[in-house]
Design a binder for this molecule. Structure first.
Ligand code: PGA
Length: 247
């Protein structure tokens, strides 16, 4: 079963770090078993540099967001087409930092995911509940609605990924219990298969939120977890390589 290790650098890093990271990651990736795929999502200006350095077929690059339209007067936005031209094969959409910090609705996230698919990129569609949602026992309801509303009609086997990232686990060092992760992934799978008509084994759901070298192996062994989306630990070469080796 395929395992995906994706690194989301957010607004961190520079060209020197990109070179160092790509060199280390590709060296480790050369010895990884065939079922492991690594995705690096640096800030957009570093995509070309990173993509040009990568020769291993199991290491890809991705953007962190794209616009829902192919082009236009949208100052500061990035089109899916340009991400693809820069070498990206993936793009994160609907990360909680965009849903919260940029008021992105699931409706917009769905349009971005649809644009990505039509452009030949694989969207990594992020969903996840806040601490308040979980405390009020509404985690499934909130995540279920996000999945239903963010999943585009174009969703087919292999052309999208979902990432379950509880907002309260991002950058906090706190993670849900293995049982909570297993239950939520099963729930996301059921909502996604119902919505898309796909079979469970055709849908890949990553877990994200405080994944580290120490917990990556345990998390990736949980039933229904097809890989991890890593933030903070993806900025540290040794830590990220340990996560890759745990896959
Ligand atoms: P974290 O971030 O690994 O630093 O918790 C995960 C993410 O935001 O994708």
């Amino acid at each position: 079963m395929k395992k995906i290790v994706a690194g989301n650098w957010k607004m961190h890093g520079d060209a020197a770090m990109a070179e160092e990271m790509v060199e280390a990651v590709t060296a480790v990736a050369a010895d990884l078993p065939g079922h492991v795929e690594v995705i690096l999502c640096p800030p957009a200006p570093l995509l070309l540099l990173a993509a040009a350095m990568i020769e291993e077929p199991n290491v890809k690059v991705g953007g962190q967001d794209c616009h829902s339209l192919p082009e236009g007067a949208f100052t500061g936005d990035i089109s899916a087409g340009l991400l693809a031209e820069a070498g990206a094969e993936y793009v994160i959409v609907g990360h909680s930092e965009r849903r919260q910090g940029h008021s992105e609705s699931s409706d917009l996230v769905r349009k971005k995911a649809a644009r990505a698919i039509r452009t030949g990129l694989i969207p990594i569609i992020c969903v996840g509940e806040t601490a308040t949602d979980r405390d009020s026992r509404q985690a499934e309801e909130v995540v279920g609605a996000q999945v239903r509303d963010s999943l585009p009609e174009e969703a087919r086997e292999g052309n999208f990924l979902i990432a379950y990232e509880p907002v309260w686990a991002i950058g906090t060092g706190r993670t849900p219990t293995s049982d909570d992760i297993r239950k939520m992934h099963a729930y996301i799978l059921s909502v996604t298969t119902k919505r898309s008509g796909l079979a469970p084994e055709q849908v890949f759901v990553l877990y994200g939120g405080s994944v580290k070298g120490d917990n990556a192996g345990e998390i990736m062994a949980i039933e229904g977890v097809s890989g991890v989306l890593v933030g903070g630990a993806s900025l540290k070469v040794d830590e990220f390589c340990r996560i890759m080796q745990a896959a």
